[in-house]
Each structure stands twice: as C-alpha cells, then as structure tokens.
Design a binder for this molecule. Structure first.
Ligand SMILES: Cc1ncc(COP(=O)(O)O)c(C=O)c1O
Length: 388
C-alpha cells in the first residue's frame, strides 16, 4: 500500500461512530447555517487557544481578510508579511486594496526575521508612499514565530499584529499561544491542517470585545451587532440592518460539528506529531538538515521539512519507492508574477530565495507507524550514502 503523506483515514477510524453521529445530527436537525455547534465550537476554540473571543469563519483566507477589514486597512496601506508562505498570507492585502511588503525569514525556523521586519518598516516610512498599518507573522510548518521580538517591532511602529497560524494552530512559545503577543490569531481548518475539518473552515481569535463584535458583523454582510443597536429600538428585525460592507464568511454547522469531535483528541495528536518529529530528527541526524524549533517553542508539525542541496534527486528517489514528498514552497510569493510588483524589505529576500531551492517535506501525521517511518528514514539515508 502506498504511504500516505497525511493519513486522515486513520484519524477518522479513531474518532469512529461519534464523529459520524455528530455529522448526522446536523443533517437531521436541518440547522446547516449557524446551528448550535458553531457557538459550541467557538467556545471550545477560545478555551483551547487561551483566547477571550473566537469567531469561526469559512476559511483561513477569510480569517485574514476579516481583521484587515475591521481595522479599515485599504488603499495606500502597507502590511508586512513573509514571502515564504502560502499565497493567501499576501493575497488578502490586494483583496482589501492594500499592499503587501515582503520581509525575509530566519534561516533556521523559516519564520519572520524581526530585524529585517524593522528595516522594511523603516524603509517604507522613509519612502513615504505607503502607510504602514499591520504585520502578519506566519507560524510556518507549525512552529511559532518569534513573537516577543516581532511584537516589540510592531508595537514600536504602532502596527497591528496578526498571527497567521493556519499551519500552527495549537503551537506555543514558553507555554503561551501566539495570541499572548498578537492582536489576532487566524487559522485554517483545511482538511490537511493539524486541526482540519471536512471541507473549508477558519477562525479568528482575539482579545478585544469591540473587535470581535465587528468581526461578527463583517462575517455576515455587515449586519447590525450588539454595539450597533445598543440603546436603539427598531420596528423590524435588526438582522436585516446592514451597517457596513461585509462578507458571507460563515462556517458551516457540519464543519463545526466535525471540529468539536476533533478537538477532543487534538492535544494527544500534537504529542504524537512531536514523537514522530523526534524520531525523524534522530534517524536523519547528520544526513540532511533537520528542522530547528525556536527555543521554548512547541510545534504542531504541519510539515516535517528537511533541507538538502540534492532536493529534487531525493524527491525522485523517494517517489520511486512510493514515498510521497512535497515542496513548500517552490516559488516564494514575491517571485510569483502576480505579486512581483509589490515591495520587499531592503536588500531583497536572500534567505527566502535560497530556501525555495532546498526544502522538501516528508510524510507527517500523528498516525505514522514506526516501521513505515523507519522505511522512510532508511530510504533517505540510502540516497544520502549513494550521493555523498
Ligand atoms: C500560512 C497560510 N495562511 C493562510 C492559508 C489559507 O487558508 P485556507 O486555505 O483555509 O483559506 C493557508 C492555507 O493553506 C496557509 O497555509
């Protein structure tokens, strides 16, 4: 049997009948939109992510757009983000009319370089064409960005900080979730993510009640919310009072029901992912460059990404043995035609450019059996031995 890159069926079997019953319950109830599971899921996510407020939404991309809209970020504004990420991290800026400014990453963790961020913000300020408004840090491959340093830079320049934790939801730094430092944390529940649903889904976690209220409104066509109607009376349903231009960005009730089930085993799965990562690190030490996690950080290992100058040869060798691999990301965002016109920080992005040519990700999920992992490690060692 071919080795899966991510084994969602093993997880489904573990969750068993209660998962199927939870889905069927929604089907039978008919509450497909904003059923009670949505609020229950938001409460569970808030508790898990050490957040005062959690709002579910339709995708990790919507989760990024919503706070930008809430803060009124738009034309003439600059939002700083890494280029070594999935396109959605940068895509949301043009979607609201703003400009991404690409910042380099640190060579050991692939996460935003705080010194280059500082330099990029200073350069944009000096140029005076764009107004710096926010920073999006990404928890790439599952590990927390250097939030203490990034938050200090953002605060010094008076910028909002978004933690794009689409790949890292559940990661911690010194025992704290990214929201400890960020204004908002966004995540994606795309099925392959460490916490995934059975379709598209996302969430925004925040600390500020006023912001949360605004996000609630923006998620459903800018409908009137608590703060809009406080102290006023209406002779019609305020649901149809639209206070601002918003989106249809609701999470489906079925997805919330799936997430409620998956959250019951998520902590355990994070532990299992870390055990798999430890075994890879031991088995591959001295053969390829294995990932480094920031001091005090716990990764949720969305990807286990190694580096080798013979990346393409190794991937082809593994493919021949029916061992799947993937390259995240072969073309950094600032090198994609559609984004190549946006600014980068001073000196360009040499680390990002170099990493794109050497990274390759291996099968990683909580249910990777030891003998299968041994097979993968042996295949990599054999390739390295034959090509050294
Ligand atoms: C870093 C990052 N940000 C944002 C997203 C967008 O999430 P979604 O696919 O749920 O819209 C992804 C998804 O792959 C991602 O990896």
């Amino acid at each position: 049997m071919p080795i899966p890159f991510i084994d969602l069926q093993a997880q489904r079997k573990r969750l068993g009948q209660p998962l199927e019953d939870a889905i069927l319950e929604v089907v039978r109830s008919g509450a497909f939109i904003m059923g009670p599971q949505v609020a229950a899921c938001e409460a569970a996510l808030a508790q898990f992510g050490q957040a005062p407020f959690a709002l579910t939404c339709a995708s990790g991309t919507d989760a990024l757009i919503l706070p930008l809209m809430a803060w009124g970020i738009g034309p003439g504004d600059a939002v700083f983000c890494p280029s070594f990420s999935f396109a959605a991290t940068a895509e949301v800026m043009p979607l609201v009319g703003a400009s991404p400014v690409f910042v380099d990453v640190l060579p050991d963790t692939y996460n935003l370089d705080p010194a280059h961020l500082d330099a990029a913000i200073a350069a944009v300020k000096a140029q005076g064409k764009l107004t710096p408004r926010a920073v999006i840090a990404v928890d790439l491959f599952g590990q927390p960005a250097d939030y203490p340093a990034i938050a200090a830079v953002a605060a010094r320049h008076g910028l909002k900080l978004i933690a794009d934790s689409a790949q890292g939801f559940g990661c911690t730094l010194h025992g704290k979730h990214p929201l400890h430092w960020a204004d908002v944390v966004t995540t994606s529940f795309f099925p392959a993510k460490p916490l995934g649903c059975y379709g598209d889904g996302g969430a925004v976690l925040c600390k500020d009640e006023g912001l949360h209220d605004l996000l609630v409104s923006l998620r459903v066509h800018g409908q009137a919310v608590k703060s809009d109607i406080a102290g006023k009376s209406f002779d019609h349903d305020p649901k149809y009072l639209n206070m601002r231009v918003g989106l249809n960005a609701r999470m489906d009730t079925i997805q919330a029901a799936v997430l409620l089930q998956k959250l019951t085993i998520f902590e355990d799965e994070i532990r299992a992912r870390n055990a798999v990562a430890d075994r890879y690190a031991q088995g591959l030490a001295g053969v390829v460059a294995t990932p480094k996690v920031i001091d005090g950080g716990v990764s949720v290992w969305a990807q286990y990404t190694i580096e080798t100058p013979q990346r393409d040869g190794l991937a082809a060798h593994l493919k021949g043995l029916e061992i799947p691999t993937a390259v995240y990301y072969p073309i950094p965002i600032h090198r994609q035609g559609v984004y190549s016109g946006y600014p980068t920080g001073p000196g360009g992005l040499p680390v990002t450019d170099a990493k794109a040519g050497v990274v390759v990700s291996l099968p990683m999920h909580p249910y990777l059996e030891r003998d299968v992992q041994d097979q993968i490690i042996a295949a990599i060692r054999a390739f390295a031995g034959a090509n050294s």
